[in-house]
Design a protein around this ligand. Structure first.
Ligand code: TXA
Ligand code: MG
Length: 511
């Protein structure tokens, strides 16, 4: 294909410059290609009634030509010119959802060339609400075919820059109207069957249809990955929206998903694999490794729909090898989000529970009398190890009257070993420290007894000596000269080394 210069024209939705619209309309009438904003995603426009224009569209996108295009109209009366046998419910649906993110499929009229419909006798029609799109459609003569303006196989574009990345040099013009509103493609509803059938979920949901025309059906091939049947919308069979990295959806309740993704990213980090995480506003702080992207807030699923394609494109640019995504409730627009995410993942799913079962302990809590010397020293020593699994490592005291910094002699000894307790503040042990996945290690037997008498056998409570099966006594340096702290350090550091080995061998067993 020849390289052509792609003109880029910025336009303000609220104050549309008619000259630009006329220029773009003329390009379309002459059979050229113009990318333009719609409320869903950017579309690659062509005159829908010219067969040759459709051919150019497929070529620019690198898209198989059996994949039909959606014809965009700006005036409802125009529907009758391109569709026949229009069922009665259409008026009601149009009254509620047009202009908007809904595409309806009808039997086509003779004016629509087979090039546009990918050889089908039906035609997909949408009336977008975006004022730039409407103005352009009218300027082009009323019928603009427009697939999403991405290279086939890439996520749909939600900004003009995305279009430019994919199609600069291959199309005549890009109208830059800023970021789109919705961020996922329109809902496709097949009106040629009774009841109408959803072929692609989008912002107009099954529940919304139901409220106005009663129940609709859903293309069963959308529901699972097991189906052998081809989806009814030819485009849904392709693995589009695909990022370069291997994308995997982690499924469970949200807590499980977070734990599993933490484990997976920690492992990737240790193995030097570049990894990405699709997280939300609410879960962002839980991830310590990998490139973590905020897709939106769980309080408003629309923000997640809006962020999905942007995030997938950003990951492409950062060359991550694998991406782990949290999953989202498949309700309302969540259905469309999960549908696109699953397609992007090629239906790769990981059950969170299977991953988290591989790690027994996630927290190691050392317990000493006042949490000011031996406990925090052991914790800091353990933090130095590159352990096979990730642990939150902390310490607590049996009697902590008020929070205090670490003992100064303990800090002096740690400093001489290139470690520090300067961020340590002593804290009282409490019931929150008793958890299924927390390993509690008391420095002395008496401390363990105290915890057992208070919390019973529920927790994983051991002495450090007992857990690593080494009965070297840990001396109490309290009130003694610095040398006593040094001696304590030596013993403790030997025991912590054994603890690190023990934790790593547990990690092996659980693999
Ligand atoms: O939101 C949207 O619908 C965007 C904007 C630009 O309007 N357009 C869009 O077009 O997503 P595209 O080409 O990327 O996706 C159109 C989908 C494809 O899956 C195609 O197979 C299906 O619609 N489709 C088009 N005509 C059809 C027909 N006659 N029967 C069944 N499926 C059809
Ligand atoms: Mg598309």
């Amino acid at each position: 294909m020849d390289f052509m210069e792609t003109k880029i024209r910025k336009i303000d939705k609220n104050q549309i410059e008619q000259k630009i619209i006329e220029e773009a309309g003329e390009v379309l009438r002459e059979g050229g290609l113009v990318a333009f904003p719609t409320e869903t995603v950017y579309g690659l426009g062509a005159d829908a009634l010219q067969e040759e224009a459709a051919r150019k569209t497929y070529e620019a996108k690198g898209r198989p030509s059996d994949n039909p295009l959606i014809v965009h109209i700006a005036d409802y009366e125009d529907l009758k010119k391109i569709a026949v046998n229009i069922p009665a419910e259409t008026d009601i649906l149009a009254a509620h959802f047009w202009p908007g993110p809904l595409t309806m499929i009808f039997e086509k009229s003779d004016v629509v060339p087979y090039g546009t419909t990918g050889g089908l006798d039906t035609v997909a029609v949408r009336m977008p609400v975006d004022p730039v799109a409407q103005a352009l459609i009218r300027a082009a003569g009323g019928f603009v075919s427009a697939p999403s303006a991405n290279t086939s196989g890439r996520p749909s574009p939600t900004t003009a820059q995305h279009v430019e990345e994919d199609l600069a040099g291959k199309i005549d013009m890009i109208i830059d109207g800023g970021t789109v509103d919705i961020g996922l493609e329109s809902t496709i509803l097949d009106m040629t069957v009774t009841p109408p059938m959803i072929l692609r979920p989008g912002a107009v949901t099954a529940e919304m249809f139901e409220e106005v025309i009663g129940p609709v059906s859903i293309d069963e091939t959308l529901l699972g990955d097991e189906s052998e049947k081809a989806p009814k919308a030819p485009g849904m069979k392709y693995r589009h929206y695909a990022p370069k990295a291997k994308l995997m959806i982690v499924e469970g309740d949200l807590r499980e998903e977070i734990l599993a993704i933490r484990q997976l990213t920690y492992a990737a980090h240790r193995e030097n694999r570049k990894v990405g995480v699709i997280a939300t506003n609410e879960t962002l702080p839980f991830y310590n490794y990998g490139i973590v992207k905020n897709i939106g807030t769980r309080e408003n699923e629309k923000t997640i729909a809006h962020g999905l394609y942007r995030v997938l494109r950003e990951f492409d640019e950062e060359d991550v090898e694998e991406i782990y995504s949290e999953s989202f409730a498949a309700q309302g627009i969540g259905k469309a989000i999960m549908n696109r995410l699953e397609k992007a993942a090629g239906h790769l799913r990981i059950p969170a529970s299977v991953i988290i079962a591989k790690q027994k302990y996630r927290t190691v809590t050392f317990v000493s009398r006042t949490d000011s010397a031996r406990g925090p020293m052991a914790a800091e020593m353990l933090r130095q190890y590159d352990l096979k699994q990730e642990y939150v490592i902390n310490s607590r005291g049996i009697i902590v009257l008020f929070p205090e910094p670490a003992n100064q002699k303990a800090e002096a000894i740690m400093k001489s070993a290139q470690m520090t307790l300067e961020n340590h503040i002593s804290r009282q042990f409490d019931e929150d420290n008793i958890q299924d996945d927390t390993l509690v290690l008391a420095i002395e037997e008496s401390q363990k007894e105290k915890l057992l008498s208070e919390y019973g056998e529920n927790g994983n409570i051991y002495t450090l000596n007992e857990f690593i099966e080494d009965d070297t006594e840990i001396p109490d340096p309290y009130g003694k000269p610095l040398a006593a702290y040094g001696e304590c350090y030596e013993i403790l550091s030997g025991l912590v080394a054994k603890l690190a080995d023990k934790l790593d061998s547990l990690a092996e067993e659980e693999k």
